[in-house]
Design a protein around this ligand. Structure first.
Ligand code: ADP
Length: 438
């Protein structure tokens, strides 16, 4: 129990670590994506503002042409108003004209904007530089240019002109966009986390399951190994307390120990077989063969064993299809099934082996009139170390590994094994193998 809780703690810790790393990766991903999108949006907004500014600069500098077309001598703000006529928003664009000493020259044309703009000073260092300035909580994109003395507009000619474009709406839009972006990405981050949490769980399930199976297998195996070892140790220690006794006197203790050694031997062989199946290192010698070539040999010794136990053995094998298989492995499978049928069938019972062809499959069936297997156990008995009645099976010498080896052997032959009831009582183990044509 302690081992299991420790293992589940380790599994949970690993899941948590995995989850944290997914969380961090998504955060970095969304943050980077958000920054890229925001920067793109910001630069495209500023680009469009700067385009307007360039048009305004061109408009100020092109005064000579305009002068030719229009002799009404417009004021300094006029060109801007021509480009962006928006009387409802006087602060949308403004133009300040300074002389060399920084004196504001177009005070009168600014009208009511003057009180807000009067604190802006001329800074010659910023000439031709696009800048964002804040005046009375209003943000402007601005550029300072020096207008040539040849300019036909006397108001601009030879002066410094500061072109200002109000960008409050754009800044507000960017702030809104930033908020929406953060919120959206936060929601998507949470959704991505939830999805990845469930995906991680689904993906971890088979790993966790096989890890659990593996540790259970090791636990069961060590438990099974410990039992015979304890018996052997006990018998040897007992014999050591009587060193003067003859071997014949201790025949029983020696025979019990030998039985346990045999049990250990078969257990380690079985474990080795299963380990090889797990690592896919079992070498199989496939060949084209017929049932009589691999069923006859393992059946022979069982005739005597079964008869000696006052049980009936019936053999009814009639088909000879061509099969492609490892004869030794199928013999091992048959021995497991016949051994079980013999073990779990009481005196006067009948054990039968017969075969049939089902479509492209060859089936051989080992049936008995023994204790039978409950429906709830029919699948479980193919699991490792599973025994229906542990106390009874302890006496019959089983470890609960035979059928799992049988299942692996059949799987390696692309076949199928299952158990069904043999009415009125007993069980039938059906082995189905594909028929091959040379
Ligand atoms: P074991 O070495 O214990 O027989 P197996 O893997 O061969 O291990 O079988 C698993 C369990 O399935 C057995 O312990 C027994 O309970 C049950 N079982 C197997 N074959 C039969 C059978 N022919 N009749 C009844 N029960 C069986």
């Amino acid at each position: 129990m302690k081992l299991k809780s420790k293992q589940s703690k380790i599994t949970r810790r690993q899941q948590f670590k995995l989850f944290l790393s997914i969380m961090a990766s998504f955060a970095v991903l969304f943050l980077t994506l958000g920054l890229i999108i925001f920067n793109l949006f910001q630069s495209s907004t500023y680009k469009s503002i700067d385009k307007d500014m360039r048009e305004q600069i061109a408009s100020v500098k092109k005064q000579p042409n305009m002068q030719k077309q229009d002799d009404s001598n417009p004021g300094p703000d006029h060109p801007v108003q021509q480009n962006k006529p928006n009387p409802k928003m006087p602060f949308q664009a403004s133009i300040l004209v300074f002389d060399d000493n920084g004196k504001l020259l177009n005070k009168s044309s600014l009208g009511n904007r003057y009180s807000a703009l009067k604190n802006i000073n001329l800074n010659k260092k910023n000439i031709n530089k696009k800048q964002t300035i804040v005046v009375h909580n209003m943000s402007f994109r601005s550029v300072l240019i020096k207008v040539s003395k040849k300019n036909n507009n006397p108001m601009y000619a030879g002066h410094y002109v500061l072109i200002m474009q109000n960008i409050d709406t754009q800044i507000q839009t960017m702030e809104n966009f930033e908020k929406i972006l953060i919120l959206t990405f936060f929601i998507f981050w949470i959704i991505a986390l939830v999805i990845s949490y469930f995906l991680a769980r689904i993906n971890m399930l088979p790993i966790v399951k096989s890890w659990k199976q593996q540790t259970e297998f090791v636990n069961d195996a060590s438990h099974e190994l410990r039992t015979p070892l304890t018996i052997i140790q006990g018998k040897l220690e007992y014999m050591l307390t009587k060193p003067n006794k003859k071997i014949i006197d201790e025949a029983e203790a020696i025979s019990v120990s030998l039985d346990e050694v045999n049990r250990l031997n078969s257990l380690t062989n079985n474990l080795l077989d299963l380990a090889r199946f797990d690592q896919a290192t079992t070498k199989l010698n496939f060949e084209y063969t017929e049932p009589q070539l691999f069923l006859k040999d393992p059946i022979e010794p069982f005739k005597d064993i079964i008869n000696s136990q006052s049980k009936v053995f019936q053999i009814n094998l009639n088909h000879q299809p061509t099969l492609y298989l490892d004869r030794n492995k199928i013999k091992q499978l048959l021995i497991i099934l016949l051994d079980n049928a013999t073990k779990y069938t009481p005196k006067n019972g009948t054990i039968k082996i017969y075969d049939q062809i089902e479509g492209s499959k060859y089936q051989f069936i080992i049936s008995d009139t023994g204790v039978g297997i409950k429906d709830s156990d029919k699948k479980k008995i193919f699991g490792r170390f599973y025994r229906v009645d542990k106390s009874r099976n302890q006496s019959s010498g089983g470890h609960g590994l035979g059928l799992s080896i049988a299942k692996q052997i059949v799987a390696n032959h692309q076949g199928h094994i299952f158990v069904r009831d043999n009415l009125p009582h007993g069980s039938e183990f059906v082995v189905e193998l594909p028929i091959k044509h040379k």
